[in-house]
Design a protein around this ligand. Structure first.
Ligand SMILES: C[S@@+](CC[C@H](N)C(=O)[O-])C[C@H]1O[C@@H](n2cnc3c(N)ncnc32)[C@H](O)[C@@H]1O
Length: 339
């Protein structure tokens, strides 16, 4: 993140310090589904308040605050409508961030950011310290939150799916296993693009219950098996390629090696492993991965890694890193083979 050079430092910092207000304003707009209510054109305040079950004079104040950020605008006739910046808050947009806007302000996540100081002092993830269980168990125990998290991941994977699929040659691959594949957005897009491919979507049972509609809308449900399980115990055998997207960065080294070892056990000698992650570049301060790294530690006890760090993990789990390829997105493909 860079400081805007046209502002005095104190003003630029003050804007950053107040960043939490922006997050909460957008979060509330997401919770109230305001962008969906304005999808077909501008709407009167009274109508919006009625349909969002809110206090009209306060909703006006919320909309005015969001308008100062160019999210929503008030028309001369008094009605409120979408700006270009508000469009991705709609749940029906291919690049929707609506679920993510709703997710970040949920008390379980919001309160975790409030304990960043604990994480920095101790090096521990703050989530278990506050909530008494780890993030993944918490999502399983709170099904609505779990579903929202998976939806946010599905939307985030959707935005990058084409770039990732285009970044790897799947010809000759018969069976693809997506380990921790969430609701199946990425494997769905991959099977859609490669008509001879069959797939296995593997994730926690509480997550894969919602996968069939995602695979159906990709038109691939007849070619994709859905399996619930725990990747620390085992992952399904029989794949030519094992995908791990945004999995390894959720975990410290010991757990990462355990997940990779489960994959290695399921694989045959000529299967391949594809890790899809943001990779830390030598200049960490200029990268989105460097910025996200602290969030991984705070929430799930994970970390972002450099190519060399991935190489060490892979080596310890019985793999040889073969190549790293950039995609037309912020994610790289790290391809490894059994050593
Ligand atoms: C950050 S999400 C990534 C989801 C998906 N790969 C994507 O990129 O959209 C991490 C995934 O790991 C799954 N996961 C966490 N612990 C797991 C476990 N023990 N066994 C199987 N899946 C697990 C979560 O349910 C979640 O879907």
């Amino acid at each position: 993140m860079t400081v805007r050079s046209d502002l005095p430092a104190a003003l630029a910092l003050r804007q950053m310090i107040n960043g939490f207000r922006v997050s909460q304003l957008i979060h509330v707009a997401g919770e109230l589904e305001l962008a969906d209510l304005m999808r077909d054109g501008p709407v009167s305040l009274e109508d919006l308040a009625h349909r969002s079950k809110t206090h009209a004079p306060t909703l006006r104040r919320l909309l005015h605050a969001l308008s100062t950020l160019d999210i929503f605008e008030q028309h001369p006739d008094g009605r409120f409508g979408l700006t270009a910046l508000a469009q991705p808050l709609r749940s029906d947009m291919p690049d929707s961030v609506g679920a993510y806007a709703r997710l970040v302000g949920q008390p379980a996540l919001w309160s975790t950011w409030g304990q960043l100081i604990h994480t920095v002092r101790t090096g521990e993830s703050a989530f278990p310290a506050i909530h008494g269980d780890d993030f993944w168990d918490h999502l399983a125990e709170e099904p609505e939150l779990g579903r929202l998290f998976s939806q946010a991941m599905t939307q985030a994977s959707g935005v990058r799916a084409d770039a990732i699929v285009a970044g790897y040659d799947f010809s000759g691959v018969r069976t693809l296993v997506d380990v921790g594949g969430g609701q199946g957005r990425l494997i769905g897009a991959t099977l859609q693009a490669c008509s001879t491919l069959t797939g296995i979507l593997f994730d926690r049972p509480s997550v894969v219950v919602d996968a069939s509609s995602v695979l159906e809308s990709a038109g691939v449900s007849d070619r994709c098996q859905i399996i619930g399980g725990n990747f620390f115990e085992s992952v399904p055998p029989g794949g030519d390629v094992y995908l791990l997207k945004s999995i390894i960065h959720d975990w410290e080294d010991a757990e990462s090696i355990a997940i990779l070892t489960s994959c290695r056990r399921a694989m045959s000698a000529d299967s391949r492993l594809l890790i899809i992650e943001r990779v830390l570049p030598p200049n960490v301060s200029s990268s989105a991965a460097g910025f996200g790294d602290i969030f991984m530690l705070l929430l799930v006890g994970g970390r972002e890694r450099s190519v060399d760090e991935f190489r060490v993990l892979l080596d310890r789990a019985g793999f040889r890193l073969e190549r790293v390829a950039l995609t037309q997105s912020d994610f790289s493909l790290i391809e490894a083979v059994p050593s």
